[in-house]
Structure formats: C-alpha cells, structure tokens
Design a protein around this ligand. Structure first.
Ligand code: NAD
Length: 326
C-alpha cells in the first residue's frame, strides 16, 4: 500500500535531499510525497526541480503555523516527516522571535493537527544542539537538554512538545537528533558552503574566535539513511541520535577547504569576534540507532567534502543568486 507522506520544509537543504532520495531510483517506491514549505529565504524550489514532475510528488506553499492549511493537509496524509524550521544559529542571536514562532508554535500546530486527524506516524527532525555543549565524551539520548542559543532552545522546546503528544495522546512521534549536516544544496550561510563560496569568489573566510570549536559532521546521504530507518523501523515515543563519527574543529575544516580550493591561510582567513554563547563542542552518541536499527554512516568526511566542493564548483548558477540573501 502506498504511504501518503507529508514533508514539511522539503524545499530546504536536508528536506529536499530527503524528497529527492525517496522519489529517486533507490527510493522505496511505495510513497507519495507532498512538500509543505513556506519558501522563506532558505527555501528554494530549484532544490526540488529534479522531482517537480514526478507523478508521486506535489508541492504546497504554506506556513506550518497556519492551522487551516495544516489541518486540511493532515487529513489527506498517513505520515509526516517534519523538517521545517528556522535553522541558522547566528540569525537566532540577532532575533529569536521567528525561531520561537516557526519552531515551537509551528511544531505544535503540526502535532496537534496530526493527532486530531489520526495520522499514523510523525517523525520530528531535531538537532544535537539541544543537549548544549560537552567537553569530553558524547551525549546519549537520555541526557538532559541544556540548549544555549535561541535556536537550540526553540528546537528543544519543539522536541518536548512533539514528545508530549506521544505521552499524552498516544501519537506515534519519533524524534531524531543529528549532528552538523554537510553536502550539496546547502544554503551558503552555513560554515562549509559559506567558506567554499567565499573562497571561490576570492574573498576571505570569517573564522569565529580561535577556530577551536568542534562539531561532528554528518553527510546528508547518511542523515537521510538514518531518518528512513527511524521512519520505517523505529519505535513510537523514542529519540534517536544520528551522527557521522567525524569530529573536526573549525580550524581543521578551514585547512581542508583552503587546500581543496588552492588558497593559503594568511591571505584567505579573517579571524572574527566569536559568536555569542558559542558552544565549544558537540558530540552525539549514536549507539542506539546503530544497535537497534543497523545504522552505519557510509560517507567518509574527506570524500564527502571533496564531492561537496566539486558540486559548488559545478553549480555556480545555483548559489550565486543566494549569496545576496546571506
Ligand atoms: P533549511 O534552513 O535549509 O530549510 C528549512 C526549510 O523550512 C526551508 O525550505 C524553509 O522555507 C522552510 N520553512 C521555514 N519556516 C517555515 C514555515 N513557517 N512553514 C513552512 N516552511 C518553513 O534547514 P535544513 O538545514 O535543511 O534543516 C532541516 C531541519 O534539520 C531543521 O529542523 C533543522 O533544525 C534540522 N537540523 C539541521 C542541521 C544542519 O546541519 N543543517 C543539523 C541538525 C538539525
């Protein structure tokens, strides 16, 4: 039987990759996908061009906070995968209101409508940033949430709202908390595409503080693999961390990108004042998804990064118009 899947935020970086994968040659074949996306500055229909005429694809431009639109769509879908969010930490530091509205109120609007429409499954895409910052070791899913930025606080709130609908109403909610994603089609405000596009334009890259902040990096192909395992084989009411197993500092990444693009440190790196409240290190423990669902990241960072650089080199027409929005 075909599953009618509602994908929110499907015109963004990760959501569009998820949709292209589901409807591509490796996809499950038994899903019909509707994307609900408001097309904010981060949403881009060009990301969905490849599937726009697919017989099992449709697109609705709309706001996840709009209860009428959401209610109408929920009634016609079996499952939801919820990506839509304000996703950039720096923007949340400049102003958090839109983050609370979209991430908290929007998620509430969706889970409430899903519950009332009797939707069978709701996968909520969250982030490792909800755990805060960790000096050593890694967070299992049972660790407390200690978010530090307005972005991560709004994501932590939305996780809890979604999980509350499982505990209170029995809605089948599954939450994923992934590490930093990278790959093609990422909006050029995030570290890797920002640095690639700056270097391609002969501009200096802005490196926060001492460059020693550490993140775990997850290729979008591996993230999509993890989401599909959770959607199809995970358990209701459970949280699953998804990691890439590749921890690197911003200095490490900068060095690799300079090498890939033939630039040198002194003439291409500008140290800038550190981000306010900048979390020093993130590290998720993804033992649960590995042992329970058989997840294994397949893309090694060095290879994934080289392919990403290649993609930005070959797709200038995709990113050049977007740099005006950064
Ligand atoms: P993105 O910013 O590229 O895309 C977000 C999408 O949501 C855009 O298409 C935008 O138009 C849409 N959107 C925003 N507000 C909306 C609204 N009110 N109604 C409908 N659509 C709306 O984000 P991304 O990087 O693809 O991230 C997707 C999800 O994954 C987010 O929930 C984010 O918090 C989470 N996440 C991302 C990363 C990462 O490294 N990119 C890491 C961890 C978690």
């Amino acid at each position: 039987m075909t599953t009618r899947l509602l994908v929110t935020g499907g015109a963004g970086f990760i959501g569009s990759h998820y949709v292209r994968t589901l409807l591509g040659p490796e996809g499950p074949g038994d899903v019909r996908v509707t994307v609900l996306d408001q097309l904010t500055y981060a949403g881009n229909l060009a990301n969905l061009e490849e599937v726009s005429s697919h017989p099992r694809f449709s697109f609705v431009q709309g706001d996840i906070c709009d209860a009428g639109t959401v209610e109408r769509l929920m009634g016609a879908h079996d499952q939801v995968v919820h990506f839509a969010a304000e996703s950039h930490v720096d923007r949340s530091i400049d102003g958090g209101a839109q983050f609370v509205r979209t991430n908290v109120l929007g998620t509430h609007t969706l889970v409430d409508a899903a519950h009332r429409a009797g939707v069978e499954r709701f996968v909520h895409i969250s982030t490792d940033e909800v755990y805060g910052s960790i000096d050593t070791g890694s967070w299992p899913e049972t660790d407390p949430l200690r978010p530090n930025s307005p972005y991560s606080a709004s994501k932590a709130s939305s996780d809890l709202v979604a999980l509350a609908y499982h505990r209170t109403h029995g809605l089948d909610v599954r939450v994923t908390r992934c590490s930093n994603n990278y790959g093609h089609h990422q909006f050029p405000e995030k570290l890797i595409p920002l640095f690639i596009t700056h270097l391609m334009q002969g501009r200096k890259v802005p490196l926060y503080g001492d460059g020693g902040n550490v993140r775990d990096w997850l290729h979008i192909d591996d993230h999509v693999q993890g989401i599909e395992l959770v959607r199809t084989r995970g358990r209701a009411g459970e949280v699953y961390n998804i990691g890439g197993g590749e921890e690197l500092s911003n200095n490490d990444i900068t060095r690799m990108l300079l090498d890939a693009l033939g630039a040198d440190w002194d003439s291409s790196v500008a140290y800038v004042e550190d981000r306010k409240g900048h979390d020093r290190r993130y590290s998720v423990d993804w033992t649960k998804i590995r042992t329970e669902l058989g997840y294994t990241p397949r893309v090694r960072f060095a290879e994934g990064l080289a392919a990403t650089v290649r993609w930005y080199r070959e797709h200038r027409a995709w990113w050049e118009p977007l740099t005006a929005r950064v």
